[in-house]
Design a protein around this ligand. Structure first.
Ligand SMILES: [Fe+2]
Length: 283
């Protein structure tokens, strides 16, 4: 049974890889302006790009949703208060915002699917993209250094993109997103556990402190990152809970589609036309 499952997986994976390569041949890359090209080059070289409000202005990207960041934190706090938390749960404990007000979700999707992001991301993926949606969550100070708080690489595909904003101010003790640029990364030689996670001590054997990049900031900053190409983790928050927003994109043919499902299925039918075609369809 185990072997059958493995064979089935290999056939499916090889087929998707083949299909992806065919689509790549026919993908016509976008013309980029100077700023867009610079961001794409950084993604190619390092696997991430640190952005600021100035970048969004240069790219003429409307980011009205950011004015709602306090409201989103409040909604997370309300949900946290009303949610029964199982301290005995083995996995990580965080609060995922289930109900996002209609006006805010429209602003979030308008932001996520602006022309510049689409052009940069599609050129990076060398394929058309699908926007999975937005995940808004509160990471609690719970002392659990497990799962995504351990070093790992995402497995959805060979390339994906996440755009990350903090909703509160995050310093080195607030659980910053931390990564190692892909040019420094020698994944195949690093010891991992059975879940693909890597211990901090192991990372220290391979990388100097100055090769480990921490994303410190607040709503005025963001990081665009390919979490399938860079080693990364969310540091364990020590002093403050972390409020965070992830915009998640993958190519139209991810090699692990079961991990690329729409994150906001209840909103899918609210969108129309060209805009809707860029959103991951619901099953
Ligand atoms: Fe990850």
């Amino acid at each position: 049974m185990k072997y059958l499952r493995a064979i089935n997986y290999i056939i499916k994976y090889s087929f998707l890889l083949f299909l992806k390569n065919i689509f790549k041949i026919f993908f016509k890359s976008h013309n980029l302006n100077k700023k867009e090209l610079f961001i794409l080059d950084e993604l190619e070289k390092n696997g991430y790009y640190f952005g600021t409000n100035e970048d969004l202005n240069d790219l003429k990207i409307k980011s009205d949703w950011k004015q709602e960041s306090e409201e989103l934190c409040k909604l997370l706090d309300i949900q946290h208060k009303n949610q029964k938390i199982d301290q005995n749960k083995k996995g990580s404990i965080n609060i995922m915002l289930n109900e996002i007000p209609d006006n805010i979700i429209t602003q979030l999707y308008t932001f996520a699917l602006n022309e510049s992001f689409i052009k940069i991301i599609e050129n990076y993926l060398n394929l058309k993209l699908l926007f999975r949606g937005v995940a808004i969550k509160k990471d609690l100070i719970d002392g659990r250094e497990i799962e995504t708080r351990k070093w790992h690489i995402d497995g959805e595909d060979n390339r994906i993109i996440k755009i990350i904003f903090y909703l509160n101010s995050v310093d080195k003790n607030g659980g910053p997103f931390t990564c190692i640029p892909k040019k420094k990364f020698l994944n195949q030689k690093i010891r991992k556990d059975k879940n693909g996670r890597i211990e901090n001590e192991t990372i220290k054997e391979y990388f100097k402190d100055n090769e480990i990049i921490k994303f410190i900031g607040d709503i005025k900053n963001f990081i665009i990152v390919d979490t399938c190409s860079v080693l990364h983790k969310g540091e364990l928050p020590i002093t403050n809970n972390r409020y965070i927003t992830f915009f998640c994109y993958n190519s139209i043919i991810p090699t692990q589609p079961e991990y690329c499902k729409n994150l906001n299925p209840s909103f899918y039918n609210k969108f129309k036309g060209k805009f809707k075609r860029k959103i991951t369809p619901i099953a």
